[in-house]
Design a protein around this ligand. Sequence first.
Ligand SMILES: C[S@@+](CC[C@H](N)C(=O)[O-])C[C@H]1O[C@@H](n2cnc3c(N)ncnc32)[C@H](O)[C@@H]1O
Length: 221
Amino acid sequence: MSSGPLSPRRHAVSRFRRWPPLFFYAEGKTALDPAYPAVVAALKDSPLPLLDLGCGMGLLAAYLRAHGYEAPILGVDADEKKIGIARQALADTNVRFRAGDAREFPEQSGHVVMLDVLHYFDDAAQGALLRRIAASVAPGGLALVRVTLQEPTWRFALTRAEEWLIHQVRWIPWMGSNFPTRDEVSAPFREAGFAVDVQPMWGRTPFNGYFFSFRRPEVIL
Ligand SMILES: C[S@@+](CC[C@H](N)C(=O)[O-])C[C@H]1O[C@@H](n2cnc3c(N)ncnc32)[C@H](O)[C@@H]1O
C-alpha cells in the first residue's frame, strides 16, 4: 500500500535519512520546535535572498525549500562537519553553504535569519554582529533572530543545562553561555529604525527561546 506523497516537513527531514542520528534529530526538531514554521510564515512568498547564520546541517534551508521558499539561500556555520553534511543533504538544490564564522558573512541585501546562535559570542561581538545583520537587511526585509533570554525562570535554567550537555557530547564544539537581555538584542535594530516584534517561541520544548522579528521599513521616495 502506498503511503502517498511526503508532507513538506517529512520531505525536508527525509534529506537526512542516510545519517540516522541526524534523521531522528531532524524529525524531533521539526515536530516540536515552532521556530521553523514561524520562519516559513514570515518569508514564504518573498523573492528576497536569505542568509542563514549558524545554519548547522542545513535543516532550515531544507524546510524552507520544501515549503516553497524559492529565493537564494546562503547558510554559514563555523562547524565544517555540519557544512559538509548540509552540502550533501541539499546537493540537488541551489542552496549554498559556507564554512566560517557568522561574523564574517559576505555582503548581503535581503533577509537574515539566526536561530540559537547569539549566545556563542561575547557582549561586544553580539552588538557588532547584530549591527552588521541590521545593515544587511533590504528595505522591506526581515531579520529573524531566536535567542534564549537571560531571565529568572526554570526555562532559562534548563536551557543552560541543555547547552552544557550538547557541548559535553560534542554536538556543538563550542560552549555558548552569554545569554543576552531583550534590550540588548533589540537596541541595534531600534536604532536603525526597524519595526520590532518579540514573541516567546518555545512551543513543545522546555527552553526559554524568544523570536525577534525585525522589519526594515520600505524606502518611500
Ligand atoms: C543550536 S545550533 C542552531 C542551528 C540552526 N540555527 C538551527 O536552528 O537549526 C547553533 C549553531 O551555531 C553554530 N555556531 C556556533 N558558533 C558559531 C560561529 N562563531 N559562527 C558560525 N556558527 C557558529 C554551531 O556550529 C551550530 O551549528
